[in-house]
Each structure stands twice: as C-alpha cells, then as structure tokens.
Write a protein that binds this ligand. Sequence first.
Ligand code: PRP
Length: 188
Amino acid sequence: MGKKTASGGKVKKETVKPLLAAARIQKRIREMGRQIRKDFPGEPIVLVGVLKGAVPFLADLARQIPGEVTFDFIAVSSYGKDTKSSGQVKLNKDLDSSIEGKTVVVVEDILDTGLTLQYLLRILQQRRPKHLRIAVLLDKVERRIANVHADYVGFVIPNEFVVGFGLDYAERYRNLPQVGILQLPTPE
Ligand code: PRP
C-alpha cells in the first residue's frame, strides 16, 4: 500500500498544500523590518543573504527597514546532502565587502538543523562586526541539531517539507509568493 496523506487520501500529482499565505508573510516581514530598525536606530545595516533561498525574503525585508541598508551575499553548501548532519559546510562564495565594525543581519529563508548558520556565524564573527544578528523567515525548531537561535523569526513551522518564498524542490517553487507543504505523488 502506498503512502497516504494525513487525511488518508492518495496524492495523484505533485501538489503544494497552503501553509502561509502571501499576505500573512508580507505582514510579518513588515513587522520584522520595523523591529530591526528599532533595535539599531540610525545605524547603517548590512543584510547578508545566504544564497539562494534567502533572496525573496531579503528583497522584501530590505524594503521594510527604513534608513540606510546595504546587501551582500554569501553561498555555502553542505558536503553532500546525506552528510549534512556531519556539520561539514563549504564556502562557495564569500562576501564582496568587509563587515568589520558593521551592523550585520544574516538573512536566511529557513533555520533547520542550524548547521549552516553555526558555520556562518563562526566565520563571520571572526571578522569582528559591531553586531551580528540572524533573521529567518521560517524556523523548524524540531529539527535543530546545532545550538543556534535566530534573533528575528518570521514563523515557527512544523517538520514538513516546505516550498515557496525562496525554498525549493529540485530548484523549483522558489518563486511562489506563499509557503506550502509539498506533497509528492503516491507511488502506484
Ligand atoms: C537551506 C537554507 C539554509 C539551510 C538551512 O539551504 O536556505 O541555508 O538549508 O538548513 P540547516 O539549518 O539544516 O543548515 P540549501 O542548502 O537548501 O540551499 P538553497 O538556499 O540554495 O536552497
């Protein structure tokens, strides 16, 4: 017998079950942007986006932070998906500019095991920023392995395979303006 959905029905084709509607995400991002500015009044803020998933969130968050904001990007990958829990992370693209003495907010679409951010925080902290904070749109608290906490969290979500708003399945769905749970077809 094939896998069934929570409701007991079989899934015929790949579907995305709504979890967070676009308007709800935008409302929360507005609040997060205001909070970040309130925490660092009058200071230039460097948003560091972790490619690729953070791009939609960073773009929207940046527009909700009043005052001086700049962007930079970093790209990392784990050494093979199966060995992710080993915590081995590889730096694929470094920042373009120095963050020494700067107020930095690392922007991520999702905090899962925390291994990626644990690695990033370690290397970024060595560069002596004035402040180093973390903003994540989604936090899968149940999956945490590393002791990492985000300073700004959009939504705590259950341990489901989520796509949309930057999150992909085989590179697809990143462009969805909402977040949903991916349901793969039930094998015949
Ligand atoms: C995702 C996400 C984070 C990381 C979180 O990236 O964007 O960077 O995984 O997982 P962790 O907390 O378990 O380390 P992914 O490797 O899928 O790359 P992508 O952003 O290019 O999709």
